[in-house]
Design a binder for this molecule. Structure first.
Ligand SMILES: NC(=O)c1ccc[n+]([C@@H]2O[C@H](COP(=O)([O-])OP(=O)(O)OC[C@H]3O[C@@H](n4cnc5c(N)ncnc54)[C@H](OP(=O)(O)O)[C@@H]3O)[C@@H](O)[C@H]2O)c1
Length: 318
């Protein structure tokens, strides 16, 4: 089968489709024939060798791709709830990824079975949901402990995770504002944000003592930038592992008290089910800014690398 690989760390030019052995099922895994996959900033960081001395020491050449959708072609011995032919979406918890490929092996609990009657376009669209949607859901609901009636600010609101976060905050019953570029303020308001702030104007524009939670999706700022706009009980959740954020997360895990949390998204069937239910109800709609063909992987990586993607970017594989 073909799988996207890189033999060296570097620019998007190192990406190549290589021949790879077909993945096999273990007792509690399935093999998916992928229809589409999404490209995430983590794919770019891994390709550049960002985590090569810490969490991603696997040898080169390496595979890539964290999430996608497709059809099950093989199931492990112990699997009862999934069968060959099921349409699914999935995110792997493997650190370096394996889903920019014709086939991928994933654990049973990293898969959500979609209804049999969904059409091909919806199956493709579902490739956008797992990683970005679960990051937004877990960031707001679990790490941020966001409750109905509370007020949240999403920073980086127009990108992959951010545009889901706006919609999920509304679905959880919260009031949400967003920070993005001026040109995308209308877009985030169309998703449910009450007020949009232009990040080029800095955090001094933000209202004082207003938010119960700041969800810093973009992650180039810090807790101190939002101290004034947070209520005294307010919390700050980031996705970027700076020393301060790591320390805040460790403090929370040790003492159950910290205003700063660090999200580490974890793939699981229940959260994908939550996302799909809300998609079905019309409460969650992925925005796909581009669908690339498999031979356009470099363009897809370059778009995400620009850090100005509206919604999600997909690659069509099947
Ligand atoms: N810890 C985890 O488990 C986890 C999981 C997923 C993602 N992440 C990290 O989260 C980050 C965002 O992921 P993503 O998928 O949402 O990325 P993305 O789709 O590439 O989003 C980029 C967005 O950031 C906005 N942006 C650019 N400059 C900004 C600024 N100075 N201030 C605020 N927003 C700005 C852009 O808005 P405009 O287009 O309007 O300029 C764009 O919409 C990445 O660093 C990723 O590695 C972490």
């Amino acid at each position: 089968m073909k799988i996207l690989t890189y033999r060296n760390f570097g620019s998007a030019d190192v990406l190549e489709w290589s021949d790879w052995e077909l993945p096999k099922c273990s007792n509690n895994s399935v093999v998916i024939k992928l229809t589409a996959a999404s490209v995430n900033p983590k794919d770019i960081l891994l390709r550049k060798g960002k985590f090569s001395r810490t969490l991603a020491r696997d040898p080169l050449p390496r595979s890539c791709g964290m999430d996608g959708s497709g059809v099950i072609v093989d199931v492990g011995h112990d699997i009862q709830k999934l069968k060959v032919g099921d349409k699914v979406m999935s995110m792997t918890n493997q650190f370096i990824g394996c889903m920019h490929a014709e086939y991928a092996e994933v654990k049973e609990n990293e898969v959500f079975k979609l209804p049999d009657d969904i059409d091909d376009l919806t199956l493709q669209t579902m490739a956008a949901m797992p990683l970005a949607g679960m990051t937004a859901l877990q960031g707001l609901r679990d790490y941020g402990q966001l409750l109905a009636e509370q007020k949240v600010l999403v920073v980086g609101a127009s990108g992959g995770v951010g545009h889901f976060a706006i919609q999920i905050a509304v679905a959880l019953g919260a009031t949400v504002d967003g920070v993005c570029s001026a040109q995308n303020i209308e877009f985030i308001q169309s998703l449910g944000a009450k007020t949009g702030f232009d990040y080029r104007k800095g955090s001094s524009e933000l209202p004082c003592s207003t938010y119960d939670l700041v969800f810093d999706v973009f992650g180039k700022t810090a807790f101190s930038d939002y101290k004034n706009c947070l209520k005294s009980t307010g919390r700050y959740v980031s996705k970027v592992p700076t020393l301060q954020n790591i320390f805040g997360e460790l403090r929370y895990r040790a003492f159950k008290s910290s205003k700063i949390r660090l999200v580490n998204v974890w793939s699981n069937t229940q959260d994908m089910s939550w996302l799909f239910e809300n998609f079905r109800k019309g409460a969650l709609k992925p925005t796909i800014s581009n669908v690339y063909e498999a031979d356009q992987m470099k363009q897809a990586h370059c778009q995400i690398e620009s850090k100005h993607t509206l919604g999600k970017v997909l690659i069509r594989i099947g």
